[in-house]
Ligand binder design. Structure first.
Ligand SMILES: Nc1nc2c(c(=O)[nH]1)N[C@H]1C(S)=C(S)[C@@H](COP(=O)(O)O)O[C@H]1N2
Ligand SMILES: [Mo]
Length: 168
């Protein structure tokens, strides 16, 4: 009984805190849960983003490196039929942002997409963190989903065998 009430108390204490994990779904339907430590361990980038007249420095891995953990095609594999993959970013408040996977590929676009876990050198608090999408070069911050809790990579190609070999 004492154990049970301790567990209930712990659950009550824990409930208002945003999940520190990120649930990924890959193009083949595979699901992977990453911890904040898993995300922090990926190679890091720094992106300055200005929105609403304020400029902040965000830090975190390239989104494509996060998505690779769930089997998303990257680099040379991101061509032909792989270009029919889309990304759906979901936040804790129900906000959703979608775009093509190739938009997150640094071999395709100079502007980076990162999954920030720090802003101005510190972890982001409630309402913003622990993870925030940052789209370098966007003219407004609407795609910068705060409180990212899940990301799905979905292939809209319908399993077609796809593009012929192509040199570039
Ligand atoms: N989860 C979540 N992220 C969101 C939104 C939201 O409603 N929910 N609004 C977006 C919009 S429209 C803007 S303008 C920016 C605002 O971010 P800021 O509060 O850091 O300026 O967050 C974006 N990210
Ligand atoms: Mo906005």
């Amino acid at each position: 009984m004492r154990l049970l009430s301790s567990l209930v108390a712990l659950a009550l204490l824990a409930s208002p805190v945003a999940a520190q994990t990120l649930v990924l779904t890959g193009p083949a339907g595979q699901s992977v849960t990453l911890s904040a430590a898993d995300i922090a361990a990926l190679p890091r980038q720094t992106v300055t983003f200005a929105g609403h007249g304020e400029s902040h420095v965000y830090e975190g891995p390239l989104l494509i490196d996060v998505l690779a953990k769930a089997g998303a095609p990257t680099g040379q594999a991101l061509r032909g039929p792989a270009l029919a993959n889309v990304v759906l970013v979901e936040a804790g408040d129900g906000y959703k942002v979608a775009f093509g996977l190739a938009e997150a590929d640094p071999g395709t676009r100079a502007n980076r997409m990162i999954l920030a876990d720090k802003a101005d050198g510190a972890p982001m608090g409630e309402g913003q963190g622990p993870f925030r999408l940052i789209v370098e070069g966007d003219l407004r911050p609407a795609r910068g989903a705060r409180m990212v809790s899940a990301i799905k990579v979905i292939n809209l190609g319908g399993g077609s065998v796809g593009a012929p070999a192509h040199k570039h």
